[in-house]
Ligand binder design. Structure first.
Ligand SMILES: [Zn+2]
Length: 214
């Protein structure tokens, strides 16, 4: 399983008005670095498209240069997680730290991703989110739309890193190879001990019967 990361509203030019998702690039960069450090095959789709010029998350942008690059990355790396990062003003989505917007088709996957991570809230997405909509039914693609709170009083940078680690670990859990080896080694030790106990027991019995005979 690989991963493709895109933050469609992350390009910002004017910080006096909110013309972009202000923390989406930070979240996408963190997640990208975490997945790279785990040895995951991860592709980051970069762009410099202002949402006001072209909303990359809407149907009219489906054939744009950026969306084509996304399509190529997904096609070349299946099976893959499509990780779409956004950010929201402090009180949206119930003031949560992170919200995953899911559609009925991927509710189960979203629940599995969020399970046990208290800081993640689930909310219903919209079919207008065209990146999610385009890849909902694609075999070999599991799409997630992840929204992070932009307010650092609601979620500090350190918390964001921790939560991105939790998401990365849920997507790519450590396989049980080491545990399996320990399991089989434990069984081997138990069998050896059992043979030893039986051997010593038989030997003791023999000696006892010899003592009785003599
Ligand atoms: Zn957005």
């Amino acid at each position: 399983m690989s991963a493709v990361i895109i933050a469609p509203h992350s390009h910002c030019e004017d910080f006096t008005i909110r013309d972009c998702d202000r923390r989406a690039k930070q979240a996408a960069d963190i997640l990208y670095e975490i997945l790279q450090s785990k040895g995951i095959n991860v592709t980051r789709i970069n762009h410099e498209v202002l949402r006001s010029d072209s909303d990359l998350n809407r149907l009219p942008a489906r054939h744009s240069v950026t969306r084509r690059a996304l399509w190529q990355a997904i096609s070349a790396n299946q099976p893959t997680y499509l990780l779409e990062l956004h950010s929201f003003p402090r009180d949206d989505f119930g003031g949560s730290k992170i919200t995953i917007l899911n559609l009925p088709e991927n509710t189960k996957a979203a629940r599995q991703l969020a399970e046990g991570i208290d800081e993640i809230r689930l909310s219903t997405g919209s079919y207008a989110n065209d990146i999610q909509y385009q890849y909902l039914d694609w075999p070999g693609v599991i799409p997630f739309l992840i929204e992070v709170n932009e307010d650092r009083q609601k979620m500090t940078d350190a918390e964001l890193v921790v939560l991105m680690h939790k998401i990365a670990n849920r997507l790519f859990p450590i396989r049980g190879g080491g545990q399996t080896a320990i399991f089989y080694a434990s069984i081997l030790v138990c069998v050896c001990l059992l043979i030893l106990v039986i051997y010593v027991g038989i030997d003791n019995l023999k000696q006892a019967s010899q003592n009785i005979q003599t």
